[in-house]
Design a protein around this ligand. Structure first.
Ligand code: SF4
Ligand code: ZN
Ligand code: ZN
Length: 309
């Protein structure tokens, strides 16, 4: 029989990776402490800054919004309607979850509907463009990054916050390492400073939280979220890397966290120099949207939607 480390009460969550078991109340308290520690440790933002949280309707982003508010940060939400309504109506359902969460908490939610704003849905962009036919998620990622930056800039937000958890970050790290993508490795981290014009600082306060820990948080807080994954994520490399990391984690509890944290430490120790980052070449400004781009002329996003507005 196991007891809560803090009060000796009934255990709600047992984390082998931390050799820690806690009751419901102390678990919820522990999550707040962990996230707050990460925010301070990586100097993500201060409580005076205004932040925009990108919410997808999933457990991570909605829990993150909940955590930030409970920690006393001023966070508004941003929902991007991608128009992915293949199958079960993924986008409309996820939007409903975000709107409901915002309404219940009296929180401000910006909604950008991609089709209304740019003339076609994200799946439409995928079908129309060469890039999209080859890599659906690349087109979607390009659109999401562009819109997040745009809303953050227009709304005068200091920082853009996303709900990427440790499992997400470790999977990306694995992909970047297997291919030694130095440019991505230089930029991968809990904070991405706004070094380029038209861009906003980005932060990932959940980067040290296991996906399982976030699921437990959402459940214990009674947060309603969409369980379905985006239909395009099926069979993706990220999911494959997550499975491999879960096998590692199963045999060696804590392996995932240590893979990520030792990477961050190696970077702090100077493993990668900023010169390894090709995006530092982004010296041009897109004449249409004002965001940074590698070559003179329209940025990749504006080229993609050109003629569709
Ligand atoms: S899985 Fe791909 S297509 Fe779906 S929301 Fe994520 S990036 Fe977009
Ligand atoms: Zn307890
Ligand atoms: Zn542009």
């Amino acid at each position: 029989m196991m007891y809560c480390r803090r009060c000796g009460g009934k255990v709600a969550v047992h984390m082998r990776q931390h050799k820690l078991a806690l009751c419901k109340d102390h678990y919820l308290e522990w999550v707040l402490e962990q996230v707050d520690k990460a925010i301070k440790r990586y100097q993500m933002f201060s409580s005076q800054e205004r932040m925009l949280v990108a919410v997808s309707g999933g457990k991570d982003s909605l829990s993150l919004w909940d955590i930030l508010r409970r920690l006393g940060y001023q966070a508004d939400g941003l929902y991007i309607g991608l128009g992915i309504d293949e199958g079960l109506g993924y986008s409309s359902e996820s939007r409903r979850m975000c709107e409901q969460f915002a309404a219940e908490g009296g929180l401000k939610l910006h909604v950008v509907d991609v089709e209304q704003t740019y003339g076609e849905t994200v799946p439409g962009m995928m079908r129309r463009t060469e890039r999209g036919r080859q890599k659906a998620c690349a087109v979607c990622g390009l659109a999401k990054r562009h819109i997040m930056n745009q809303v953050a800039r227009e709304g005068g937000y200091h920082v853009l916050v996303t709900g990427h958890n440790l499992d997400d970050e470790a999977a990306v790290l694995m992909g970047n390492t297997l291919n030694w993508l130095t440019g991505y490795l230089v930029r991968q981290g809990p904070v991405l400073e706004a070094t380029r014009s038209g861009m906003t600082r980005k932060a990932k306060p959940l980067c040290r939280m296991y996906e399982r820990e976030m699921a437990a948080y959402a459940l214990l807080r009674g947060i309603q979220y969409i369980y379905e994954e985006c239909p395009f994520s099926e069979g993706s490399k990220t999911i494959y890397y997550k499975e491999i990391l879960n096998k590692l984690e199963h045999d060696r509890p804590g392996a995932k966290l240590s893979f990520y944290l030792t990477f961050l430490q190696a970077k702090e120790n100077g493993l990668f120099t900023p010169q390894a980052d090709p995006e530092l070449e982004m010296l041009h400004t897109c004449p249409s949207c004002g965001q940074a781009t590698t070559a003179p002329g329209l940025c990749a996003f504006c080229r993609m939607v050109e003629g569709y507005q």
